[in-house]
Design a protein around this ligand. Structure first.
Ligand SMILES: *[C@@H]1O[C@H](CO)[C@@H](O)[C@H](O)[C@H]1NC(C)=O
Ligand SMILES: *[C@@H]1O[C@H](CO)[C@@H](O)[C@H](O)[C@H]1NC(C)=O
Ligand SMILES: *[C@@H]1O[C@H](CO)[C@@H](O)[C@H](O)[C@H]1NC(C)=O
Ligand SMILES: *[C@@H]1O[C@H](CO)[C@@H](O)[C@H](O)[C@H]1NC(C)=O
Length: 295
């Protein structure tokens, strides 16, 4: 791993002694650290609250809030558990995403669109490559995301980006750059981010339902962060992070979904997907080239 981006995983709140133990045993890739060792509040620090083993982001009529990773990464896995804003969350959006910088940026998004009490959240996902997005998909969840913590994660390697909810893949973006010319995110380092903000101009029922500020504060709760990824250390990382076969996410098993995962993905697509840009003939008279890809 020398010279290459260092691979690191972090388990929130784990005892420091675990770090020492694992380093001592040479167990790379599973170091544990506290939130502050790897993340920082990036927006409205006074709306970022530490409470026991959780972190809370607060939206009220003065501000939203957000946090970001201190490092950037090229391939790997980013994972978090979130309990979304309970009760009336209409007008609010909570996002968990990875993104690079600049107008040619790459980005993977989970956006959780709030709703009135008892009405379902929508999960909107998107993928940008080389600055091109417009790849929205929307789905309902098969559980109430405000009742318990659920995990949301991105697995990213040279072959695919997999969006996971708990252990269910809900979206796959394959690398078909060689075959189709559709840019694939593989040359720019990405940070890991989360934020909550007011988006009542579009989020809930297309913007019809506004944020009810008398129901503020709106609070999203986080725990169990993990980033197990190739840390970016400047341009040499582009090849270092791409060519090392010692990285677990480069193993053949992670190059595509397995049969069970494919069944789960189809289940989500058939039962819970409510919008897919690939099927929106009003927006795209011919589907975008990547829509033909088989998962
Ligand atoms: C924001 O909310 C607080 C508490 O509900 C209220 O006292 C204050 O007047 C509100 N401010 C604005 C600008 O609406
Ligand atoms: C695309 O082509 C390049 C150059 O031949 C090759 O190194 C790379 O592995 C290919 N990518 C994929 C995902 O097949
Ligand atoms: C909110 O609830 C309405 C009614 O059930 C539903 O049509 C809509 O998709 C839900 N989600 C959002 C974010 O608007
Ligand atoms: C998540 O964190 C809690 C404590 O905050 C811990 O008890 C639990 O085992 C963790 N779960 C996973 C899946 O890591």
């Amino acid at each position: 791993m020398a010279g290459a981006g260092k691979v690191m995983g972090l388990c929130w709140w784990a005892l420091k002694i675990a770090v020492v133990l694992m380093v001592g045993l040479g167990l790379e890739g599973s170091q544990c650290a506290e939130f502050n060792d790897f993340f920082y509040p990036s927006w409205a620090e006074d709306h970022v609250m530490y409470e026991g083993q959780t972190l809370k982001l607060r939206l009220d009529n003065t501000s939203g809030a957000g946090f970001a990773s201190k490092s950037t990464y090229l391939f790997g896995k980013a994972y978090v558990q979130i309990k979304l804003v309970p009760g009336d969350s209409a007008g609010t959006v909570t996002a968990f995403y990875m993104s690079s910088q600049g107008d040619q940026h790459d980005e993977f998004d989970f956006e959780f669109l709030g709703n009135k009490s008892g009405e379902p959240y929508i999960v909107q996902t998107n993928v940008y490559s080389k600055g091109v997005g417009n790849r929205e998909q929307r789905l309902y969840l098969w559980f109430d995301p405000t009742q318990d913590f659920h995990s949301y994660s991105f697995l990213w390697n040279r072959h695919q980006v997999v969006f996971m909810v708990d252990d269910v893949p809900v979206r796959v973006f394959k690398n078909k750059e060689n075959e189709t010319g559709v840019a694939y995110p593989q040359r720019q380092a990405m940070g890991v981010f989360s934020s909550i903000w007011n988006a009542d101009d579009w989020a809930t029922q297309g913007g019809l339902v506004k944020t009810e500020w008398s129901h503020a504060p709106f609070i999203a709760t986080y725990r169990n962060f993990s980033i197990d990824a190739c840390e970016y250390r400047g341009p040499p990382s582009i090849s270092d992070c791409s060519t090392s076969s010692s990285l677990w996410w480069d193993r053949p098993a992670y190059a595509s979904l397995d049969g069970k995962q494919r069944v789960k993905l189809r289940w989500v697509q058939n039962k819970y997907m409510i919008y897919d840009y690939c099927r929106d003939s009003t927006r795209f008279s011919t589907p975008q080239p990547e829509c033909a890809q088989r998962v």
